[in-house]
Design a protein around this ligand. Structure first.
Ligand code: SAH
Length: 207
């Protein structure tokens, strides 16, 4: 087994302390995080911590990606909207769980979107759709989504994202300025949302 593979499988094992979903752990064990991070950060790719990815942005720690995937309860075939592609790592983990052709991701910084598209292509996740633009507007052309999540912190779920999520669909985002909470919201048929607070988190702010 190559050294990267061994490091990755060890990381996935360590996450068992926090994550029980075997499919999520398998996804973490599959996605080559070292190919998503900048060259000079590669040595730390399988440490469980965030890393800088350029344009002042960071890739979330693997445990946070895993916890978000577990909370979203992703199934094969789910249509998923991600806001904040960054380097594309989180999108690739989601793609492992739902199928790459079902993942739509919007990134504010065009250079990051371009790099992410290239990396996703090179790592076998080329069917993930990435668009540069303002994620607050979502991606209406492919709505409705079964699942919608943000990898950047917003004051509140942006209304277009709620609209583009189907009834009984789930939204997940870090909400709040300064102090952020990871909030899961399930959209009810009557238009209300049922919220669950999953604790304090730290993400870069939504632009
Ligand atoms: N999921 C990413 C981590 C992204 S960090 C990964 O695996 O690498 C959060 C990302 O959200 C950053 O890339 C940032 O540029 C992006 N972002 C911030 N505001 C945004 C907005 N309004 N629309 C789309 N993306 C945004």
């Amino acid at each position: 087994m190559a050294d990267w593979d061994r490091q990755r499988s060890r990381l996935s094992d360590r996450l068992r302390e926090r994550v029980v979903d075997e499919d999520v752990l398998a996804a973490i064990a599959s996605v080559p995080r070292h190919l998503f991070v900048p060259d000079d950060k590669r040595h730390a790719a399988y440490a469980d911590r965030p890393l800088p990815i350029g344009s002042g942005q960071t890739i979330s720690a693997p445990h946070m990606v895993a916890i978000m995937a577990e909370i979203l309860d992703l199934s094969p075939g789910d249509q998923v909207l991600e806001i904040g592609t960054g380097c594309g790592y989180h999108a690739a983990v989601t793609a492992e769980l739902v199928g790459p052709e079902n993942v739509y991701s919007v990134e504010y910084h065009a250079p990051l979107a371009d790099d992410a598209r290239e990396t996703l292509d090179a790592t076998g996740y080329g069917e993930v759709s990435v668009r540069a633009g303002d994620g607050k507007q979502g991606w209406p052309e492919h709505a409705p989504y079964d699942r919608t999540y943000l990898t950047c912190a917003a004051p509140e779920f942006p209304a277009p994202l709620v609209d583009q999520t189907r009834d009984s669909g789930v939204l997940l985002a870090p909400l709040g300025d300064g102090q952020q909470r990871l909030i899961r919201a399930e959209k009810q048929a009557d238009g209300t949302v049922n919220r669950v607070d999953h604790g304090g988190v730290r993400f870069v702010p939504l632009q």
